[in-house]
Design a protein around this ligand. Structure first.
Ligand SMILES: [Zn+2]
Length: 250
């Protein structure tokens, strides 16, 4: 019986060489989440697959489906993100973004929104004045896709509207304690103090008023401090421990 070719579209996140000339790789696909493929003969220079199959390539793929490894018959590159591949710092950032997107995707579960977020940030990050801000927005949005929005406007304990002041953020719960509850409650997990500016930055992102961020006079240090809240929430709420992130560094 002849198996019909199927089509998929997605970003290649990791590749390994296999046997003499084959490549095995992982794709975050639109329709079926994480998918694994084998590209037979892809290492041979004469192969029509050669050059297309490497991490950080956005591709169209035609393949023969299989329970173990789908077998690639044809690949077309949509975008190879050369601006990123030519810049070491951006490669490191892209590796982190891919790892995070992978951790939030599963097999056989459509991940078109995650893929859209990922392709969006990868397409623009080389032009950004504040790449960490792009990454913060990505982290914020990807956490929401898992059904865990960060609470920014009310106290996570008493639901009172937060006044304009410094507040403590619980990475376990993914939200702030008002000053009264912070003093009177027993906290579990890590609490991080967040400045008014940091809270305001996160609120603006949650409202998707990205254009307003131009007026914020943001610096990387402030953004990185806000990223820490989201990254630690991803670790504590979703339970994802990423290889590309060392919390000691931030
Ligand atoms: Zn409270």
């Amino acid at each position: 019986m002849k198996i019909a070719n199927k089509y998929s579209k997605g970003l290649i996140t990791r590749c390994t060489n296999y046997k003499e000339a084959d490549r095995i790789f992982t794709l975050i696909s639109e329709e079926e989440g994480l998918m694994k493929f084998i590209a037979r003969g892809a290492k041979k220079p004469s192969s029509k697959l050669s050059g297309h199959i490497e991490p950080l390539n956005y591709v169209n793929i035609f393949y023969k489906p299989s329970k173990s490894l789908n077998s690639v018959s044809q690949v077309q590159s949509i975008d190879s993100f050369l601006e990123i591949k030519n810049n070491y710092n951006l490669i490191i950032k892209a590796q982190y973004l891919m790892e995070l997107a992978e951790a939030m995707s599963s097999e056989k579960e459509e991940s078109s929104f995650i893929l859209k977020l990922l392709i969006g940030i990868l397409s623009g990050i080389h032009k950004s004045n504040l790449p960490d801000l792009d990454i913060l927005i990505f982290e914020f949005e990807i956490l929401k896709t898992q059904g865990f929005g960060i609470r920014l406007f009310e106290c996570v304990n008493c639901d009172q509207k937060l006044i304009k002041a410094e507040h403590y953020f619980s990475t376990n719960i993914g939200g702030f304690y008002c000053q009264k509850c912070f003093v009177t409650n027993h906290h579990q997990g890590e609490m991080i103090r967040a400045s008014i500016e940091q809270q305001s930055l996160l609120r603006t992102i949650s409202r998707k008023n990205y254009k307003d961020l131009i007026n914020y006079n943001l610096n990387t240090k402030q953004i990185v401090a806000s990223r820490k809240l989201i990254q630690k929430s991803i670790r504590d709420i979703i339970g994802v421990q990423l290889k590309t992130i060392q919390f000691d560094d931030i």
